[in-house]
Design a protein around this ligand. Structure first.
Ligand SMILES: [Zn+2]
Length: 207
């Protein structure tokens, strides 16, 4: 069995969305072994930092939150598609020849996975591609950027996907990952009533 970890490492100097300091995780030691007999750490972190899932509540005020998704959404089979040829954004044309079926979880590998620093011109998914994924009735879509869209007014890509209960997985790291089918797990933490949650995303290959 080969396990590919496609998650970001979480640490104070990690890459965060638009390099905003408020998105950086803050780790503070609340107990020190020499003084307290144990080590303990507090974490303060935006839920969209690192590899995470966006739930409908993120862009729609009455959208479903983290409590309203079955666990089976977050595991099963995923299909990785290679979109390394895309230079700015993913459109319907780029993906309509792909084998995308109902209930699929699709992961899009782009040039973003080659870059470690935050790229203000990261590859994003446009509205035409989002509408196509809606028509295909997939259950989730992942991308190797900290956002699935960049500066689109009124975030139409988010709304089309989240409005149709297609969860969005952002912040994947897909460098070196072959485009094919994998067993897939991206379990979110069990935090109630929120719009996003960090996940540890992995792909599994059985030999
Ligand atoms: Zn997000």
């Amino acid at each position: 069995m080969i396990i590919h970890d496609i998650s970001m490492n979480i640490h104070p100097k990690m890459t965060v969305y638009k390099n905003r300091d408020g998105k950086r995780p803050i780790l503070t030691q609340s107990a020190v072994f020499e003084k307290d007999g144990v080590n303990e750490t507090n974490l303060t972190m935006n839920l969209h930092t690192g590899t995470h899932i966006d739930f409908p509540l993120h862009t729609m005020n009455r959208g479903k939150d983290s409590n309203h998704h079955e666990l089976k959404t977050f595991l099963g089979m995923a299909k990785v598609f290679d979109l390394s040829f895309v230079n700015d954004h993913i459109t319907l044309n780029d993906i309509q020849s792909f084998d995308i079926e109902e209930n699929d979880f699709v992961l899009f590998k782009t040039k973003n996975s080659e870059v470690e620093a935050f790229d203000f011109n990261f590859i994003y998914l446009d509205l035409s591609a989002a509408q196509y994924l809606k028509e295909r009735k997939i259950r989730g879509v992942g991308i190797d950027a900290l956002g699935i869209e960049r500066n689109q007014p009124n975030h139409p890509t988010h709304d089309v996907l989240l409005g149709n209960n297609i969860i969005i997985l952002e912040g994947l790291r897909l460098k070196g990952i072959e485009a094919k089918r994998y067993e897939f797990i991206c379990l979110p933490l069990k935090i109630d009533d929120v719009e996003a949650l960090p996940v540890r995303a992995i792909l599994i290959e059985n030999e």
